[in-house]
Design a protein around this ligand. Structure first.
Ligand SMILES: [Ca+2]
Ligand SMILES: [Ca+2]
Length: 200
């Protein structure tokens, strides 16, 4: 009896499958489900400039840490590190989706920290729901130089001046704030200009 029931079930299953494949309406409904998808931004390129570079042509590159928050509720979305190029201050394409960062048509705040710079907030960046996003921050504020202390405090004070002085007349990259190849009074002047300034 069990064997007969099993055979009947098998025949029924085959009939349903054949009916589904032969029925264009059912096939169309299946296709509609597959087509439904949410498009979100995956590739992100950023253009950003640090302050007081010498020379200012082709000297814009720096290492960057980027933190992304949703503007409306300050929800943390994710972070990544990248390096901008000297020619334009442009990062390579970063694949956000590959990092688990999925953005939609909302506005987002980018907090960006340069290698020797205070962290800066760039608010309400939108249009992340296109496949290839280019965010140009060059006219939205320069990265302020001088946060070079070993303590990561996002603040410029006597500790940062002390680090510059300890490498004075050398060529240590991190404290060569204007990236002209030497650490001298110009770099010291940059730190003094931003003295007691706090990052975002
Ligand atoms: Ca500092
Ligand atoms: Ca310098």
């Amino acid at each position: 009896m069990k064997k007969i029931v099993a055979i009947c079930m098998a025949i029924l299953t085959i009939q349903i499958s054949l009916g589904f494949l032969m029925n264009p309406i059912l096939a169309q409904e299946t296709e509609d489900v597959v087509v439904t998808a949410t498009v979100s931004g995956c590739d992100l390129t950023i253009l950003i400039h640090p302050e007081k570079r010498i020379p200012q042509v082709g000297n814009w590159g720096t290492d960057l840490e980027v933190d992304i928050y949703r503007s409306s509720d300050n929800l943390y979305m994710g972070s990544f590190n990248t390096t901008s190029n000297d020619l334009l201050g442009q990062t390579p394409k970063v694949n956000l989706c590959g990092l688990g960062i999925v953005l939609d048509s909302s506005n987002y705040d980018l907090y960006i920290n340069g290698k020797s710079h205070l962290r800066r907030k760039y608010s309400n960046i939108s249009n992340f729901n296109t496949p290839d996003n280019v965010v140009d921050l060059r006219l939205r504020g320069l990265l302020l130089a001088g946060d070079v202390s070993n303590i990561l405090d996002n603040y410029i004070n006597i500790l940062d001046i002390s680090v510059i002085l300890s490498g004075f007349l050398g060529n240590q990259d991190k404290i060569d704030l204007n990236q002209d190849g030497k650490v001298n009074v110009l770099d010291l002047s940059n730190v003094i200009t931003n003295y007691l300034t706090k990052g975002d």
